[in-house]
Design a protein around this ligand. Structure first.
Ligand SMILES: Cc1cc2nc3c(=O)[nH]c(=O)nc-3n(C[C@H](O)[C@H](O)[C@H](O)COP(=O)(O)OP(=O)(O)OC[C@H]3O[C@@H](n4cnc5c(N)ncnc54)[C@H](O)[C@@H]3O)c2cc1C
Length: 313
C-alpha cells in the first residue's frame, strides 16, 4: 500500500500519542505506526507538572478510573498510574483526535531517504511518503540505529527496578534513601505503595527499611544517561526516550516524553507553514532537547555527588 501523510510517527507510547494528538489538532494528516505492545502493567508516578500537561492534552484521561492508582487528582500533587491501561487509553484518544493508527505486528520500519532528507517510511508492503517523520520509539531508538545518529553518554549502566510494596502499619508513608551504591524511593499512593530503585551494580540490591518490602512482580531495566546530539534534522524529529534518557530520580521521564512529543508535532506544523525556515526550526528543537539534558544531568550529578553515590565505572 502506498500513501501520503503530513506526519508519520513511529511508536505508540506517551511521546508518540502526544505528538499524534498535537499534530491532528493542528490540522495535519497523521499516521502513527506502533507495535501495540503494552509496557507490562508497570506502575509509574506522574509529577504534578506531568499531570497538568496531560490534562491539557487529553482531559478525558483524568477521569478514566481504570488508569489511576489514586482515586482523584489532588491540587499541587502528582498521581500514580498503571502504564498498560494508560497507554491503551492514550492511543484511543489519539485515534479519536483523527490519527490513523497502523499496528505493526512484525517487520522492520525503514526510513526513506532522498537527497539527504527523510521523506517517508517503508515497512513490508507499506510505503508512506511524508515530509516529516517523528521518532517516538522509546529506548528502542529506531532512527538512532537506522541512521547511526550520534549521542552523548553521561553515565555508566544503571540498574533500575520498580514495583509495588507492602508495609507494616507503623511504617512511614513515604521513603527516600540514597547511599553509595544506589537509591530507593517508596511512595504511598491511594491504597498502594509503589517503589523504584537504582543500583550502580547489577547484582547489588538496595537496602529496604524495616517494615517495608517489595511484593508481586518487579519490572527491571538498565539505562544510561544519554542524549542525541541532533534530535532533529532534515525531515525528522526524535522525542521521548528515543531522544534522551535519564534515570527516574528526575521524576520527569513521562513529562519529557509528552512535552517533547507535543513540541515535535508543533514544530512539524510550523515546518509545513514555513518550509524555508526548516534549518532554524530543527536547530531550535535540537537545542531545547540538549539544554533539557544538560540541566537535568548537572542537577542529578550534584545530588549524587553530595550523597556520595559512587559510579560503578
Ligand atoms: C524503572 C523505571 C521507572 C520509571 N518510573 C517513572 C516514573 O515513576 N515517572 C515518570 O515520569 N517516568 C518514569 N520512567 C520513565 C518513563 O517510563 C519513560 O520516560 C516514558 O515511558 C517514555 O515514553 P516514550 O513514549 O518515549 O517511550 P515508550 O514508553 O518506551 O514507548 C515507545 C513505544 O514505541 C513502540 N515501538 C518501539 N519500537 C518501535 C518500532 N520500530 N516501530 C513501531 N513502534 C515501536 C513500543 O512498542 C512502545 O509502545 C521510568 C522508567 C524506568 C525504566
Amino acid at each position: 500500500m502506498n500513501s501520503y501523510a503530513d506526519v508519520v510517527v513511529i511508536g505508540d507510547g506517551p511521546a508518540a500519542c502526544a505528538a499524534a494528538i498535537t499534530a491532528a489538532r493542528a490540522g495535519l494528516d497523521i499516521v502513527m505506526l506502533g507495535r501495540g505492545r503494552r509496557s507490562g502493567g508497570a506502575p509509574e508516578y506522574l509529577s504534578h507538572a506531568s499531570v497538568t500537561l496531560l490534562a491539557a492534552l487529553a482531559p478525558g484521561l483524568s477521569h478514566e478510573a481504570d488508569i489511576w492508582l489514586d482515586p482523584e487528582a489532588l491540587p499541587q500533587s502528582g498521581r500514580a498510574l498503571m502504564r498498560d491501561k494508560f497507554d491503551q487509553c492514550f492511543r484511543i484518544e489519539a485515534i479519536e483526535t483523527g490519527t490513523r493508527y497502523v499496528s505493526l505486528a512484525a517487520g522492520r520500519v525503514e526510513p526513506h531517504i532522498a537527497q539527504g532528507r527523510i521523506s517517508g517510511v517503508r515497512c513490508g508492503g507499506l510505503s508512506i511518503a511524508s515530509p516529516v517523520v517523528i521518532d517516538a520509539s522509546g529506548s528502542n531508538g529506531w532512527l538512532r540505529r537506522a541512521m547511526r545518529l550520534e549521542e552523548s553518554i553521561g553515565s555508566p549502566a544503571l540498574w533500575l527496578e520498580r514495583g509495588l510494596a507492602a508495609a507494616s502499619p507503623h511504617a512511614p508513608e513515604n521513603h527516600w534513601e540514597i547511599a553509595q551504591q544506589g537509591w530507593l524511593w517508596i511512595k504511598t499512593t491511594g491504597a498502594q505503595k509503589i517503589w523504584t530503585s537504582l543500583s550502580t551494580q547489577r547484582e547489588t540490591a538496595v537496602q529496604w527499611p524495616d517494615g517495608m518490602s517489595p511484593i508481586g512482580r518487579r519490572w527491571r531495566d538498565c539505562r544510561r544517561w544519554r542524549c542525541l546530539q541532533q534530535a532533529a534534522g532534515p525531515g525528522y524529529f526524535v522525542c521521548g526516550d528515543a531522544a534522551m534518557q535519564l534515570d527516574p530520580a528526575t521524576g520527569d521521564g513521562f513529562r519529557f516524553a509528552v512535552e517533547s512529543g507535543a513540541r515535535a508535532a508543533s514544530m512539524a506544523a510550523q515546518l509545513r507553514r514555513h518550509p524555508e525556515s526548516s534549518s532554524l526550526i530543527e536547530a531550535l528543537y535540537s537545542d531545547w532537547i540538549m539544554q533539557f539534558y544538560v540541566s537535568r544531568t548537572a542537577a542529578l550529578a550534584e545530588c549524587y555527588a553530595n550523597a556520595g553515590l559512587l559510579w560503578a565505572g
